[in-house]
Write a protein of this length. Structure first.
Length: 147
């Protein structure tokens, strides 16, 4: 089905922003290179992780279903995510010698609620929630015990 494009979860992990005209230095930057339309205030743009090129969310998502490169500079986007696609699909933080890649993916994705996770001491607690000595929110834990 999808030969050269990115998996939907990888596309969703690429950061987005709302367009504000004063944040863009030139009118050339304020244009989608795919449809050539000018960005309008508060339109959602997707920002390519390494090269920083930006596009309308709808334009770039259609492109990325078929291609895995930036439409402007052809920088391969799959390399931005490393080789661990399984970690992206299941949205888990794995502790291994590739920690930096996994953490940067979670941070870039912004939709993954792992930004406060520390791979050191929390990772074992995430894998074994029953043996966790400390609850992440003690007040909620106390309420559930008394009520």
């Amino acid at each position: 089905p999808r030969t050269n494009g990115l998996e939907p979860v990888m596309v969703a992990a690429i950061p987005t922003m709302k367009f504000h005209r004063d944040a863009f230095s030139s009118m050339e930057d304020a244009q989608c290179s795919i449809c050539l339309g000018e960005y309008q205030e508060k339109e959602i743009l997707r920002i390519m992780p390494k090269c920083g090129h930006n596009f309308h969310l709808s334009c770039i998502d259609v492109w990325l279903w078929k291609q895995s490169t930036c439409p402007v500079c052809r920088l391969p986007l799959k390399e931005s995510f490393g080789r661990k696609r399984a970690g992206l699909v299941s949205f888990t933080v794995t502790v291994s010698d590739d920690d930096d890649e996994d953490i940067s993916i979670d941070h870039l994705g912004q939709s993954v609620p792992c930004s406060s996770a520390h791979p050191g001491d929390h990772s074992t607690q995430q894998q074994h929630p029953q043996s966790t000595p400390r609850s992440p929110e003690p007040s909620l834990a106390r309420e559930s015990q008394t009520g």
